[in-house]
Design a binder for this molecule. Structure first.
Ligand code: FDA
Length: 299
């Protein structure tokens, strides 16, 4: 990223919200479940699987967490009714992890029960490092009860290799990501080369132990590494999948699909779009151009 782009990325929190919204539109299906489901249907038709993410995090009241659980229940119903090939992807802090961990566990447990009754899957996402241990604990508890639940592990954390070893006995379904939250150096690697090597190390370890791996990345090098692992380990197509975010690297997405691999697109929707959009814009190499053009147009 150029110095100018980096500067714009750093100053994003000061950019007026409507401008962030205008330039971040490409990453979000819309505010309603209906819009998200339509995007999922179109993606299914084009040969992609889908994951629905109701935007929202860091809930401060348990009533909000209950509301999120109700909204996700509706998403499960809609997926079933419309016969969509999709699952739901949830953030523990949206379910009250920081407010009432017990209530959070109960809410996710009943959502996962409901998902199981419909033959559907629940992905528990990984947020910043203040909740890593609790999230893994939550996953461990639920994995003991359900087979339709998976987790996310971040390659940028120093601790992740140990975390992978600790959950390997669960034959987990793991989405591996680089990690998106801003973390101090004592917690997360800063060198992108190390993050990539750690990503590959973790994927190999998991695959060797019989876990299901979701390679969530837009990094062509990591996609190549995943192709290599699949080839070298003679993995059946059902042992892994790729995942990408809506609005990012559509061409690479098509290449992966056309090569015959399973690939899922992550579809965020909902009213609470701001923190997610800021994270996406920070990662976008053309960010300065987008933001500047939007400012000049007075959006
Ligand atoms: P990298 O950031 O190096 O990007 C590779 C290339 O992709 C870049 O060179 C750029 O061209 C392009 N690119 C990436 N992001 C872009 C953007 N926003 N706009 C335009 N181009 C872009 N993180 C986390 O901490 N917890 C989680 O639970 C999840 N969940 C998750 C689900 C899915 C399906 C994905 C794909 C990602 C996540 N992430 C996540 C985010 C993840 O940690 C990471 O921040 C992003 O995927 C970007 O990392 P890449 O591996 O794509 O590499």
């Amino acid at each position: 990223m150029s110095v100018f782009n980096r500067l714009v990325a750093l100053t994003l929190p000061f950019v007026p919200k409507p401008i962030v919204g205008a330039v971040a539109k490409r990453y979000i299906a819309g505010e309603s479940l209906d819009e998200a489901v339509k995007v999922a249907e179109d993606l299914n038709q084009a040969g992609f699987l889908a994951a629905l993410d109701l935007l929202g995090e860091d809930t401060t009241r348990i009533e909000q967490a209950r509301q999120a659980a109700n909204d996700y229940s509706r998403a499960l119903d809609e997926i079933t009714t419309r016969g969509i090939d999709a699952y739901i992807s949830i953030k523990p802090t949206q379910f009250g992890l920081k407010v009432d961990p017990r209530a959070c566990l109960e809410l996710i447990r009943s959502l996962t029960t409901r998902a199981r009754s419909k033959g559907q899957f629940v992905r528990i996402e990984m947020e910043d490092s203040s909740s890593t241990s609790e999230t893994i604990e939550l996953f461990r508890t639920l994995r003991g009860e359900f087979s339709n639940v998976g987790i996310v592990i971040q390659a940028y954390l120093w601790r992740s290799v140990a975390d992978i070893s600790a959950i390997a006995d669960l034959k987990p379904n793991v989405r591996i990501v680089k990690g998106v939250y801003v973390e101090p150096r004592r917690v997360a690697f800063k060198d992108p080369r190390i993050i990539n090597r750690n990503y590959v190390l973790m994927a190999e370890e998991l695959l060797r132990k019989g876990a299901y791996v979701a390679f969530a990345t837009h990094d062509e090098l990591l996609v190549w590494e995943a192709f290599r692992m699949a080839e070298e380990m003679s993995l059946p197509k059902e042992a892994y999948e790729f995942q990408m975010l809506l609005g990012v690297q559509a061409e690479l997405r098509d290449i992966i699909r056309d090569a015959g691999h399973r690939i899922r697109v992550y579809i965020p929707y909902g009213k609470d779009w701001y923190p997610y959009s800021v994270r996406r814009l920070r990662e976008n190499p053309e960010i300065a151009g987008y933001v500047m053009r939007a400012m000049l147009r007075g959006e």
